[in-house]
Design a binder for this molecule. Structure first.
Ligand code: ADP
Ligand code: DAR
Length: 359
């Protein structure tokens, strides 16, 4: 679909994005000529959701000011997605002493791997959709210099995407370490401009600690490993996040927490996930979705968003990121995974809904 921004966008009847749900004609007329001090236009903010009618959210911020100037729309999107009202205030908590979890699958019967990531952006410059090429390369240099100083288990190497061997890039993506390129949602949001310039990946020797540079956010800081030791993954992540913070100032808002390109990632900007094998629940869609909803879990495919499950393996993660703390996010994933494993064990081999799995 194409749209020149000159008129109120039409949404398909089956479009379920939060943009389509909340962008009234009156709101469009009120916001359509708004532009932030960085030159980021409201029409740019909604372009991805208009062009991609299968969007879940459909709107992106281009800078901190976007969350204020476009708040008539963004506050409704944020409240719907996170259950976070404009009078709420986000609170961060990295205190591991408040975490009470153990490996929910010590025998490795269900959980293939665990990954916890946070999005971060650099203070005092625009976000990816509004920054210029020079700012993007400055972010790359800042982060590359920061991760070069990482020590011990986190020590590793930064690899710019520009000039990366195609085979190496494809293998890193296949092995779930590197972001895909050519994402149409990001492209329509202006986040893929000048690709691959300024983009890259840092990883340690074991590929258990990684940093994506200038994909959807300026940093995606990632800890991951095989199996279900969620606590170990979280502890490694916190070590890396705090180490990088010593030289990279993170963009943080007193109300919304860590600011991100997509409003779905605000607050903690954390997605804690397991790749988990649930062959019986894969064939019992109602039971699967019921447990996921009860525990605020999102079900994705094994290659990230908009991908499918494979061999009964799903990407299960916390849905809520804003208005709960980092400790809450990890605790919520842990409790949800315990419930899913218990349900998988309980399901009889009797007649079940043969509808294919949820993704
Ligand atoms: P994000 O987590 O940044 O929102 P995606 O959902 O697109 O990004 O996932 C990015 C990559 O991370 C994908 O290749 C996905 O398969 C991989 N991934 C996510 N969770 C896990 C996990 N628990 N174990 C292994 N790989 C994972
Ligand atoms: N694909 C966009 C964003 C959804 C949330 N995921 C992010 N931000 N990676 C959509 O609106 O569907």
């Amino acid at each position: 679909m194409s749209w020149d921004g000159s008129s109120f966008p039409e949404f398909n009847a089956d479009c379920t994005s939060l943009l389509a749900r909340y962008l009234s004609r009156q709101m469009y007329d009120r916001l359509k000529d708004k532009t932030t001090k960085n030159g980021y236009k409201f029409l740019q903010a909604i372009n991805s959701g208009v062009i991609n009618q299968d969007s879940q959210i459909g709107v992106y911020a281009g800078d901190a000011e976007s969350y204020d100037l476009f708040s008539p729309l963004l506050d409704l999107v944020i409240e719907d997605y996170h259950g976070f009202s404009k009078d709420d205030r986000h609170r961060s908590d990295f205190d591991l002493s408040r975490l009470s979890i153990s490996n929910p699958d010590p025998d490795g019967e269900f959980i293939v791997s665990t990954r916890i990531r946070v999005g971060r952006n650099v203070a005092d410059i625009p976000l990816g959709a509004a920054m210029n090429s020079s700012q993007r390369c400055s972010v790359e240099t800042l982060v590359a210099n920061s991760v070069r100083d990482l020590k011990g288990e986190l020590a590793g190497t930064y690899y710019p995407l520009k000039g990366m061997d195609d085979g190496v890039q494809r293998q890193l993506i296949k092995d779930h370490f590197l972001f895909k390129d050519g994402d149409r949602f990001l492209a329509a949001a202006g986040l893929n401009r000048h690709w691959p310039e300024g983009r890259g990946i840092f990883h340690n020797q074991e590929k258990t600690f990684l940093v994506w540079v200038n994909e959807e956010d300026q940093l995606r800081i990632i800890s991951m490993q095989q199996g279900g030791d969620i606590q170990a993954v979280f502890e490694r992540l916190l070590t890396g996040v705090h180490a990088i913070a010593e030289t990279v100032p993170y963009l943080y808002d007193r109300r919304l927490g860590y600011l991100t390109s997509c409003p779905s990632n605000l607050g903690t900007a954390m997605r804690a996930s397991v790749h988990i094998r649930l062959p019986k629940l894969a064939l019992d869609l109602p039971a699967f979705n019921l447990v996921a909803e009860e525990h605020h879990l999102q079900i994705r495919g094994v290659h990230g968003e908009h991908s499918s499950s494979e061999d009964g393996v799903f990407d299960i993660s916390n849905t809520r990121r804003l208005g709960i703390t980092e400790i809450d996010c990890v605790q919520e994933l842990y409790q949800g995974v315990v419930a899913l494993i218990n349900k998988e064990k309980q399901i009889s081999t009797g007649p079940v809904d043969k509808t294919p799995g949820p993704v």
